[in-house]
Each structure stands twice: as structure tokens, then as C-alpha cells.
Ligand binder design. Structure first.
Ligand SMILES: [Zn+2]
Length: 676
């Protein structure tokens, strides 16, 4: 399930830096001087690269995202391997990282222990004798999630600690649905032959796992577990509810669980979950809490016990003996990934290490790849971007003055955090021992659960990082009001901490300003300055906004890369507005950064020219006709070529390249779109 108030963004596609030097973000060597900038700006900026670019064998496209991910994967893999080899002093960050990874990789050691690591949990499950002890055991499973972004609970309920939808000053436990072995509700409820077949494959998987657990007549037991999960799926909220954030805002008092959702022994449940003193909750899907609680009463304890055995094995499968791990992989791969995946122990070990010790790996990463100076340079750019927004909002024509005040207040409260956390997670109380893969994972889960629960007693901290800094990405948190841009993404060719400012502002600056704009557009307009839920636009603002945007719809409707296929301006409108806003704000910010001094000439391009070339180069993408057609038909983002043509709306671009009335890309003043 995706959390609606939190959006993970990975910037699209720009440059083939793997083949070329990266000292400069706007790369003059990629320009095709045989193309006039006013005729085709995308091919002017990228033509030389486009003529030589070729996607790797077996891939239909070549873009920067894939390459940046590949580079970062390599870096992280090398750092973790080094930590494993160097064997640092006990307690050091590198010791924990290295030993977590080595233990995961030590399959012989895992094999020799057999199922012994599960013995305690299996005997706890066996000793469940009534609804109360069942409820108490279920409580121990709350909080297995390590990463707040991948909020896909593999337990009956998941928990996420975040501020309330209405209360920005207190952290609350957000409780959401979970506990299904198949990915979605429809996998259980859809009567089609395809889904029926999926369910029989799942039932066979359940039976094989229950055999590992020593359950007699595993086939009959598996059928009963599947029926129980079908019951859980019936209680799930329909997928369409997830799009409406207001539907997730259901504040429940502790007593509401007893009165609204009878069945579970909630005292026993919350006591073992570490939440017995908690008075207030947010329940995302009340139907699930009610339905599952009723199933605790109606379904047999023996069926529940087999359900718990199944999910215990599946949860820890990767660090159990080969036979169990292979069954888990075979089911996931054959049934859920249609045979597309391949088993990669090392990739799994690295993902697990990043999951358990994300900010420990992040420290190793930033020590090597993202200096304090780089962070300071990125922070300076953020300050200019925010100043540029402050300058623009008072002049927005479609917003009432009252709404402008709210937008300015939201801007003033917005935290834009770059690079890495000022204060890292303190892992000193987390013991990681070489040769104990299972114990390491258990202790890491319990460490994160305790850390999460401790946040219930602390004030809201909007700068609590929701993403690992080594990951190439950005996160918009609407609640609280904060955005994060990682060290992993702030690197060439988006951003060069030692490079040319004009290019940095045209590329990373425009990208960051794009994301910031979402906090104020039709995505962010339901969260206020403190990240509380509530629409802060008026109906009149909305009507005028759509009127101003209609010209942009028409502009993009006219882009027809194929005789039979044009861009759908409405489908891509929200992202096009963000592109335009991002470009204009980044340009203002670039001017601010110059501080009234003239910019230099580099490779015969002046600063203005490098700014716009960097912007257009960010959108370069080599893709097949099939891929391009698919993007036009389905994506909310326009093809890169037309995103690059956003420059047509910006007066400074006309001056920078001396664009005139006779140029193909020329737009009359009245046709240039202004929204922000
Ligand atoms: Zn966007």
C-alpha cells in the first residue's frame, strides 16, 4: 500500500554520463550546432548525444535514472563489501554493517543452525490456547516494518508513527491493514480463472511451508489458512479508497477498539505491542480493524496458529535454511513476478543491510561521496529557490490575497533538507554479531520498533529522514511539511558541487523547484503549513487556476510525434505546471545567486545559455517507438522532448538564444503560459 501523504520521486532521465566526463552539468560537447535552438531546442542541446546514444542490450531505453541507480548500487555494494573485509572494532558503524552483510551471506552457517532460530517463536505459537493468548501473540507482530516508505505490512496490522492528520504537534500511531500473503485484495476476491489459479498455487505454497513447520495434514490446514486470508481480504478497504486521503483520517480512542471492533482482546494485543499507555490512534481502514477482530472471534484458534506459522516462515525465509529460502523465492518469482526475477544472494544481502542499518550505510556513503562542502552548496541553492518562491507568490494572478498569505505561511514553514541528516540514528544499542543472521534481523527489528514507539513521547520532528541518503531519490512529505533530496541524487550531471552554478540551477535547481511546487499545487493544496489535512484553496482560486492552465493543455495537445498520436495535454497537466514553475523559479534563483555580478563564459556559452541547455539536457532520453507511444498513452509526464520545450514560456530563454518571430518554437507573448 502506498502512503498518500508521502511521495517518492526519482528524477527522470538525463545524461549518459557513464561514457563522458562529468565535470560540467551543461555539456557543450553534446550540443548539435547544426540545429537552430529556436527550431528544435531539444535537438540543439542534445543532438550529438542522441546520434551516438545506444541503450544497453535488451533494454528499450537509455536514461539517467537507470544509470545513476547503477552507479549508486555499485558504490553501496563496494562500501558494504569493504566494511565486511576490514573487520572494524566492535561497536563501530562499519563493524555493524560488515557483520550484518557477512552473516546474511554465510549460507553454510545459516544451514548448520537449521530451524533452531525459530524454535522460540514456534513454541510460543504452539502454546496459544485461547483468544487472549492469540491476541497477545498478534500484538508482538505489530511493528515488523523497518522502512516507513514501503508500508506494505506483512502482519495483520502495520504501524507507522507520524503526526496526526489534524494534530501537528503530536506523533500518533497510524494503524493500517495488512497480513495478506498475496499482493492485493483482488487476488483473493476476483473469481476469474487467472486469479483462481493464483490462489491454488498459493495454497500449495502454504502447504509446503506448513510441512516445514511440522504441521500434520498440511493440505487441509493450507486450505483453511487460505480461507482465513480470504476473510481478511474481504475486510480490506477497496483500492480506490487509497486515493482519498480524507478517508484515512479516522481518529480512534483506545476504547473505540473494544466498542467498534469486538473480538480481539485489545488489552492483551496493545500490551504486547508496547502500546498499553497509548490513548489516541489513527485508523486508516476501519473496515479492516473491525473485520480482522471479528475473525479472531469466529475463526478457530488452530487455523490462526497455522496462519502465524506460515507468516513466521515467510517473514524470515531469506535467512533460514536453503530449502525454506528456495520455496519462498520460487513462489514469489514464479507466481508473483511471472518468472522474471533471478536469485541474487548478494543483492538480497545488500538490501537487507540497507533496511536494517540504512543510516549506518548512509554515513559510510556520505563520508566518501558527499562532503560538507557539497551539502553547503546544495543548501545555498535551496535558499535561493525558496527566496525565488517568496518573490513570486505575491504576483500570482489566480490566487486570492487570503490564499497567498496561506501559501507564504506554508512556504515559510517548509523544510527542504538536502544530502544527509544532521543527526544520524544512534545504533550503539543495536548489537550486530557475525554469524548470527537471524539474531541480527530480530534485534534490528526490535531496535526500530522501540525507536518508533519512543517517538510517541517526543515532539514531531519534521526533519526525520524517510529515505536513506545513499538512495538516488527525493521524498515529498506533505505531513509534516518537508522535502528531502538525497546525497545519492545530488551528483553530476544533475548537480556538481564543484561545478558551474548556471548548470546546477538549470538542472537540479529546476528539478527541486518542480518538487517544491507540488506542495502548493493540486497535490499539496489539501495540507496546510503544519501538514494538517484541510483544503486551503478557495473554489474561486481553483476555477482561476484551471483557466490559467488551459493554455498549457492546448500547448501540449499540439505536440504530435506520430501522425496518429499526440500528447494528451490534460493527462500531463499537473506535471507540466510543475515543470514550468520549477524552470521559472530556478531561473529567478540563478539570478539571485549571481548577486548582481556578471556570469562567466564557458565553452562559448554564457550563463543564461548554460542554464537553459542544462535544463534541456536533463530531459534527454533514448527510447524505442514502442516505449515512446506507451509513455504518451499512459504516463502523467510528457516525453522529454516536450518537457524540454517548456522553455518556450520563459521570456529569458528568448533573450538567451535571440529567438525571433520566424523561429518554429516562438510563442507570442500572449501565448506564453504564466501560472506561478
Ligand atoms: Zn512532479
Amino acid at each position: 500500500m502506498r502512503l498518500q501523504l508521502l511521495t517518492l520521486v526519482v528524477w527522470m532521465a538525463i545524461a549518459n554520463f557513464a561514457q563522458q566526463p562529468t565535470s560540467q552539468v551543461a555539456r557543450s560537447q553534446d550540443i548539435d550546432h547544426s540545429v537552430e535552438p529556436g527550431q528544435d531546442f531539444y535537438r540543439f542541446a542534445n543532438g550529438t548525444w542522441l546520434k551516438t546514444a545506444a541503450p544497453p542490450a535488451g533494454q528499450g531505453s537509455l536514461d539517467f535514472r537507470a544509470m545513476l541507480n547503477e552507479r549508486n548500487t555499485q558504490r553501496v555494494r563496494d562500501l558494504i563489501r569493504e566494511a565486511a573485509t576490514q573487520r572494524s572494532a566492535n561497536g563501530a558503524i562499519a563493524q555493524k554493517v560488515g557483520d550484518y552483510y557477512s552473516s546474511f551471506m554465510d549460507q553454510a552457517g545459516i544451514e548448520s543452525k537449521g530451524l533452531a532460530p525459530l524454535a522460540d517463536s514456534l513454541s510460543q505459537i504452539s502454546s496459544i490456547g485461547d483468544k487472549s493468548s492469540l491476541s497477545a501473540y498478534l500484538g508482538t507482530t505489530l511493528g515488523g516494518e523497518i522502512d516507513g516508505l514501503t508500508a506494505n505490512s506483512d502482519h495483520i496490522f502495520g504501524i507507522w508513527i507520524n503526526q496526526g492528520f489534524d494534530d501537528a504537534s503530536h506523533n500518533l500511531p497510524h494503524i493500517w491493514q495488512g497480513g495478506l500473503g498475496l499482493p492485493g485484495r483482488d487476488d483473493y476476491l476476483d473469481a476469474s480463472p487467472k486469479k483462481s489459479e493464483l490462489r491454488s498455487q498459493y495454497r500449495a505454497h502454504i502447504a509446503r511451508v506448513l510441512k516445514f513447520a511440522g504441521v500434520e495434514d498440511a493440505e487441509t490446514a493450507a486450505a483453511a489458512v487460505l480461507s482465513l486470508e480470504i476473510g481478511i481480504a474481504r475486510a480490506f478497504a477497496p483500492d480506490s479508497d487509497a486515493a482519498d486521503t480524507f478517508k484515512q483520517n479516522n481518529p480512534w480512542k483506545r476504547a473505540d477498539f473494544d466498542s467498534k471492533a469486538p473480538g480481539l482482546d485489545w488489552n492483551a494485543y496493545f500490551r504486547s505491542a508496547g502500546l498499553s499507555a497509548q490513548e489516541n490512534f489513527i485508523v486508516w481502514q476501519p473496515s479492516d480493524i473491525i473485520g480482522v477482530s471479528a475473525l479472531v472471534r469466529s475463526a478457530s484458534v488452530e487455523v490462526w496458529k497455522n496462519y502465524l506459522r506460515l507468516h513466521l516462515f515467510d517473514h524470515y525465509a531469506t535467512i533460514l535454511p536453503k530449502e525454506v529460502a528456495a520455496e519462498h523465492f520460487a513462489f514469489d518469482n514464479a507466481v508473483l513476478s511471472a518468472g522474471a526475477g533471478k536469485s541474487d544472494r548478494e543483492a538480497d544481502a545488500i538490501a537487507a543491510t540497507n533496511g536494517a542499518l540504512g543510516q549506518a550505510v548512509g554515513q559510510l556513503y556520505t563520508q566518501r561521496y558527499f562532503s560538507k562542502e557539497a551539502k553547503a552548496r546544495a543548501q545555498a541553492m535551496v535558499r535561493d529557490l525558496l527566496a525565488a518562491y517568496r518573490g513570486r507568490i505575491p504576483n500570482v494572478t489566480w490566487m486570492s490575497s487570503e490564499t497567498k498569505q496561506k501559501a507564504l505561511a506554508k512556504l515559510a514553514a517548509l523544510q527542504v533538507i538536502v544530502g544527509y541528516p544532521d543527526e544520524w540514528i544512534d545504533y550503539s544499542s543495536l548489537e550486530i554479531a557475525r554469524g548470527d543472521a537471524f539474531g541480527n534481523m530480530r534485534r534490528a527489528e526490535s531496535f526500530h520498533h522501540s525507536r518508533d514507539l519512543s517517538r510517541l513521547r517526543q515532539p514531531v520532528n519534521p526533519i526525520d529522514w524517510p529515505i536513506n541518503p545513499q538512495q538516488a531519490g527525493a521524498v515529498i512529505m506533505f505531513s509534516p511539511n518537508a522535502e528531502f533530496f538525497t546525497a545519492g541524487i545530488l551528483q553530476p550531471p544533475y548537480f556538481d558541487p564543484d561545478g558551474d552554478a548556471a548548470s546546477n540551477y538549470g538542472s537540479a535547481g529546476a528539478a527541486m523547484a518542480h518538487e517544491i511546487s507540488h506542495s502548493f499545487d493540486e497535490l499539496g493544496n489539501i495540507y496546510d503549513a503544519q501538514g494538517r489535512l484541510g483544503d486551503w484553496w478557495t473554489a474561486d482560486d481553483r476555477a482561476k487556476y484551471h483557466a490559467a492552465a488551459s493554455k498549457l493543455v492546448a500547448q501540449f495537445d499540439a505536440y504530435c510525434p506520430f501522425a496518429d498520436l499526440c500528447v494528451n495535454g490534460k493527462q500531463v497537466l499537473t506535471e507540466n505546471i510543475a515543470d514550468l514553475t520549477g524552470l521559472e523559479v530556478a531561473h529567478d534563483a540563478y539570478i539571485l545567486s549571481l548577486n548582481n555580478k556578471p556570469d562567466t563564459i564557458i565553452d562559448s556559452l554564457n550563463g543564461e545559455q548554460r542554464f537553459f541547455v542544462a535544463f534541456a539536457q536533463r530531459w534527454r532520453k533514448f527510447q524505442s517507438e514502442t516505449a515512446l507511444r506507451h509513455q504518451i498513452q499512459t504516463d502523467t509526464h510528457s516525453p522529454g522532448e516536450f518537457r524540454s520545450d517548456t522553455v518556450r514560456n520563459v521570456d529569458a530563454w528568448y533573450d538567451a538564444f535571440k529567438i525571433t518571430l520566424t523561429d518554429k518554437l516562438y510563442l507570442k507573448l500572449i501565448d506564453r503560459v504564466r501560472i506561478w
